[in-house]
Write a protein that binds this ligand. Structure first.
Ligand code: SAM
Length: 358
């Protein structure tokens, strides 16, 4: 395409844009380097040491010094580690140590990068789908997408689900404490289901997801957590998940991934007790595109292009809400499913938490 010669190009703005893009290329490649550091144990070995040389870090992690040295220089250039030219040692500052090694911290990042890297690995397939308009199912992605998703969301659920989100729902915690029946639909690897089961020992939980591989992992996680007697996982789509008379139905970061969210809403309504509650956790987003043109919106629109929109388009109906649907659009889906009450109960920078009642 020819460039319109009548439009004046500001050379300084052009160079600024190019310099910014250099930073972005470094950031893109850094997703692979963070996953590499996580897998090789480089961050964990550096944490709390007060500084190591590449040879010392390589030795402690059983890695090759030449690779470790190059990786450390990339990490130093990106501000992930600091470098002391006098001693030739590299240090992981305490804040970076929390974000890169403490999987219980809400600031934990490796899962976010693993999810991003998995999405990029699968992106050539999405390019083809963008030509044809076909979808690409969640189950078709590389394992890094499934595991990265679990590792990204779990720290946020760990920090907020029991402490803030459930108490923000009307009367739900009291029911869970007494003993309630809960369905967690689209549960993936089951981290939300297991966290709730650990917090409420008198309640029973049924986790479901249409992806069989995720359900197998969820079952293993429940065994490891010692809650398998009260948590049952089964493979089912949201429009056919089994059971009735639930006190609480939950959906964590999955309603917008579904092809038929209105059908799913109708199914939830039919499976709830008359005074039951549907908790919907969705990515934080404003209703208008211009509300979401910020760093969180940027990451979520990107995930939405590569993961969520193709996932919905791969299923019946293919409504494709997208990961930045916003409260008004989610409210429309809930109302179309037959619910009469809907409100925002809580939020974090990453999530909106809605309460829907029959
Ligand atoms: C972004 S992941 C979230 C997984 C999990 N809830 C979590 O928060 O870690 C979306 C999940 O929705 C599931 N999913 C997508 N469409 C579904 C459907 N129609 N019925 C049931 N599960 C579905 C996917 O298999 C995937 O596990």
């Amino acid at each position: 395409m020819a460039i319109d010669q009548s439009v004046e190009v500001d050379g300084d703005k052009l160079m600024q844009f190019v310099f910014n893009a250099v930073g972005e290329v470094g950031a893109t490649l850094n997703a692979a380097l963070v996953v590499m550091g996580d897998r090789l144990g480089l961050y964990r070995a550096l944490a709390g040491t007060g500084g190591l040389t590449p040879a010392e870090l390589a030795e402690r992690t059983g890695s090759a010094e030449r690779y470790v040295r190059e990786w450390l220089n990339a990490q130093a250039a990106g501000g992930y580690v600091t470098y002391d030219p006098e001693s030739g040692r590299y240090t992981l500052p305490p804040e970076q140590a929390v974000a890169l090694t403490d999987s219980d911290s809400p600031a934990y990042l490796p899962g976010f990068f693993q999810l991003a890297l998995g999405s990029v690995i699968d992106s050539p397939k999405i390019v083809e789908k963008a030509r044809s308009g076909d979808g690409f199912g969640w189950h078709e992605h590389v394992h890094d997408v499934h595991e990265g998703c679990e590792r990204f969301f779990r720290p946020g659920y760990n920090a907020s689900l029991v402490a803030e989100w459930l108490p923000a729902l009307d009367g739900v915690v009291e029911k869970l404490q007494r003993g309630a029946l809960v369905a967690d639909i689209g549960c993936g690897h089951g981290s939300s289901t297991i966290l709730m089961a650990q917090a409420f020992p008198h309640s029973s939980f049924v986790g479901s997801d249409y992806h069989e591989g995720s359900i197998e992992t969820a079952r293993r996680r429940a065994q490891e957590a010692g809650v398998a007697d009260r948590v049952h996982f089964h493979t089912a789509s949201a429009t056919e998940s089994s059971g009735a008379d639930y006190d609480l139905v939950t959906m964590f970061d999955c309603l917008h991934d579904m092809g038929d969210p209105v059908g799913a809403a109708r199914h939830v309504l039919g499976s709830l007790k008359p005074d039951g509650t549907w908790m919907i956790v969705e990515p934080n987003a404003g209703d208008r595109v211009e509300d979401n043109l910020n760093p969180v919106g940027r990451a979520y629109y990107a995930f939405s292009t590569l993961l969520c929109t193709p996932a919905s388009l791969s299923q019946d109906v293919g409504l494709a809400l997208g990961a930045q649907a916003g409260q008004a659009r989610i409210g429309d889906v809930v109302a179309a499913g037959g619910f009469s009450r809907f409100r925002r109960a809580a939020e974090t920078p990453f999530n909106l938490v809605f309460e829907a009642r029959p």
